[in-house]
Write a protein that binds this ligand. Structure first.
Ligand SMILES: *Cc1c(COP(=O)(O)O)cnc(C)c1O
Length: 400
């Protein structure tokens, strides 16, 4: 059997490590500022703008981009009050072209795969990774095959993936079963693997904090809070922050919190017990479909960066807490899918527990768009259509 190229002989995941020679942070900040006026070049992308820290040697012709990143960073008083911190920002990765932060990493993975000559791409996904992969593969004129667990995935994500022309393989089992399968067979099938074990996705996802730091003139809030499923985003956040500090782009490291959903929180359980080996959750179950992962592939990397290097914290929140926070984020006019509301719910808990101080500031990363997972959005409307008249409408409105 030919192994997966991203898995080490020891069974661990590989990662991109650079010697970082000749980085001049002041010169790069100037260059990146100048790139903010780029139009229709790869540097108009909110990922490739930071190419020097992401994939400096990749020749431009291989880059497949939809100008991903470039997402809003919104201060909101409502959510600051709700969570109990002095100032709160929402970083809306939901505004990416396929509707989730997966685009930040996927543009790099697909570009890397193309540079190696691949034309077939694959992933296992709870829905957003597959939407993103299918989009970039189609844009590059390539094909994609995606493995989707038959249960507990969002129909809107599956439809989006299908619409981009991906070949869908629906299987019996969980996300974790699909990961195990593609670890073994993607390479023999001639497919380039874009699961979160792909280290180039992690490199691309670092751009989320690069862009946030850039937007804030290189001074980050006290806390950055991110949801944890497969833990690739938490890993990228940690790696990206450490590089920014090490290379002199920021003076002070923020604290980091990773929020999991109860029912799919093996990482939080491990950390809170002070353990260093993860016990998978065999039957993960949460309303937040993007977090429905029982055996997070990147848990070792996340442990290394978030807990080991950054002394970060973890928490776990219930489906009810997630949906309450989501309703609030939606009504602020920003909106997100359930998984993305976990950080807001988690931050509230961390303030209540005294881990985060009310005088501190925080940014929560909104990972996915409101129009994902629409099945779970509660709404009310008149039980049956009415005949329009001022009286009838007034009657409905007066009911509040
Ligand atoms: C993938 C995803 C997550 C989880 O990120 P991981 O890197 O798997 O931990 C959270 N929210 C949304 C919307 C996602 O698509």
């Amino acid at each position: 059997m030919v192994g997966n190229p991203f898995i080490c002989k020891c069974g661990g995941l590989l990662e991109v490590v650079r010697p970082w020679k000749g980085i001049d942070s002041e010169k790069l900040k100037q260059l990146w500022d100048n790139r903010l006026s780029e139009r229709m070049t790869v540097y108009a992308s909110g990922v490739w703008r930071y190419k020097e820290l992401i994939y400096p040697e990749l020749p431009e012709p291989y880059i497949t981009t939809k100008y991903e990143g470039n997402t809003g960073l919104y201060p909101t008083e409502t959510i600051a009050r709700y969570t109990g911190v002095r100032q709160l920002l929402l970083k809306a990765q939901s505004e990416n072209p396929s509707g989730s932060f997966k685009d930040n990493g996927m543009t790099v993975a697909v570009s890397h795969g193309r540079s190696l000559g691949y034309e077939r791409f694959t992933c296992t996904s709870t829905g957003n990774t597959s939407s993103s992969l299918a989009m970039y593969a189609a844009l590059a004129g390539c094909t994609s095959v995606v493995y989707l667990p038959g249960n507990h995935i969002s129909a809107s994500k599956v439809r989006q993936t299908a619409a981009y022309g991906a070949e869908l393989i629906l299987f019996n089992g969980t996300y974790d079963d699909g990961i195990r399968f593609s670890r073994q067979y993607s390479e023999p099938l001639g497919q380039y693997v874009c699961n979160s074990m792909n280290p180039f996705r992690i490199e691309g996802q670092k751009s989320i904090v690069y862009e946030m730091a850039h937007q804030l003139r290189w001074e980050l809030p006290d806390w950055i809070v991110v949801p944890g499923g497969a833990l690739s985003n938490a890993t990228a956040l940690g790696k990206g922050l450490l590089e920014l500090k090490q290379l002199g782009f920021i003076q002070k490291l923020p604290r980091v919190a990773v929020i999991q959903a109860e029912g799919a929180s093996p990482f939080h359980r491990m950390v809170s017990l002070g353990d260093t080996s993860l016990i998978p959750e065999p039957q993960p179950m949460t309303i937040a479909s993007a977090l429905n992962i029982g055996n997070p592939p990147s848990w070792r990397k996340a442990l290394h960066y978030i807990i080991g290097q950054l002394q970060g914290v973890t928490a776990s929140v219930t489906d009810e807490e997630i949906m309450e926070a989501k309703g609030l984020i939606d009504r602020c006019g920003i909106g997100c899918e359930p998984a993305s509301a976990a950080p807001v719910a988690g931050l509230k808990q961390l303030v209540r527990d005294g881990v985060v101080h009310p005088e501190e500031t925080a940014a929560c990363i909104l990972t996915g768009h409101l129009l994902k997972d629409t099945e779970v959005i509660p709404y009310s409307y008149s039980p049956s259509p009415i005949d329009l008249s001022l009286e009838a409408v007034n009657g409905l409105l007066s009911r509040g």
